[in-house]
Every structure is written in structure tokens, then in C-alpha cells.
Design a protein around this ligand. Sequence first.
Ligand code: RP5
Length: 161
Amino acid sequence: MKVGIIMGSKSDWPTMQHAAEMLERFNVPYETKVVSAHRTPHLLAEYAETAHERGIKVIIAGAGGAAHLPGMTAAFTSVPVLGVPVQSRALKGMDSLLSIVQMPKGVAVGTLAIGDAGAANAGLLAAQIIGTQDSTVMAAVDAFRQEQTETVLSNPNPAED
Ligand code: RP5
């Protein structure tokens, strides 16, 4: 497995599946697992501490509310961690975003946008990181971006379908 996708709860999956879909698009192998900073702290430590030796190159960690999962994962491993703030019901994900983005100096988490777009972009960014060492993945990312460009350029009139 090259990418680990972890999340604080099964309820995060509808958001985090967008990261998985993006990795599938680029044929990047990944694993998914519920690992909670609060409910399963020892599992979190074990997951993060063994990630490098298991061949994980990037970890995507999604959580909502008091979202400690990405930061605590980064505390246990030097494998790069991409944090996805899952949209919470009470505060619409602002709590998740601020919990993940405000890491103190010295332990880094790359924080993406709140919700589906953030999860998809975490998958995309993970593929780009893997792509620096894998030309097939990089070519697939380049093709995806080119396709997006052509879609916009071929239909520039906003009033037309
Ligand atoms: C966080 O609490 C999870 O990441 C999830 O976003 C949120 C709510 O979890 P559940 O109560 O739905 O399991 O730990």
C-alpha cells in the first residue's frame, strides 16, 4: 500500500471516499481504516508508528469536530500527513479546520479544504507526491489536469450546457 486513508469514524467515509476515488483514478494503491484519536488512541499510535515500515508514503487523515487525528498521526510518524477537515453538524467544519490547520511549529500537517473538495484534493495531492517517484502516476495526473483544462476551454459560454 502506498497511501493510508484513515478517519476518526465510519461517519467520515462519505467525505473520505472522495480521496479514495481520486487515488483509484490514478491507480495508486491505498488502504482505508477507521482510527480514532479519542476512541482508539493506542491503535492510532500503532498505525502511525508502523506506517513507514509497511511502505506507506503518504497518510490522508480525515476527522471532524475536535479533530486531533491528523496532528496526532503526524506526532507519531515522519511520513507526510494530509489532513482533511470533515464538515461537522454543529459548526459546519470550522472546528475541524481550525483543529487541523493550527499545528504548532515543528510537527507538520498539510491541511486541505473542508469536506468533499478537501478529501478529493488530498487524494490528488497524495498522487502528485507519489508521482514524483512514479512516472506512470505523474503522467496520469498530468492527463487529468489537461482534461479539465480542455473541458473549460471547449465550452466557455456560461449560458450554454
Ligand atoms: C470525529 O467525530 C470523527 O472524525 C467524526 O467526524 C466525528 C463524529 O463521529 P461519530 O460520532 O459520527 O462517530 O472523531
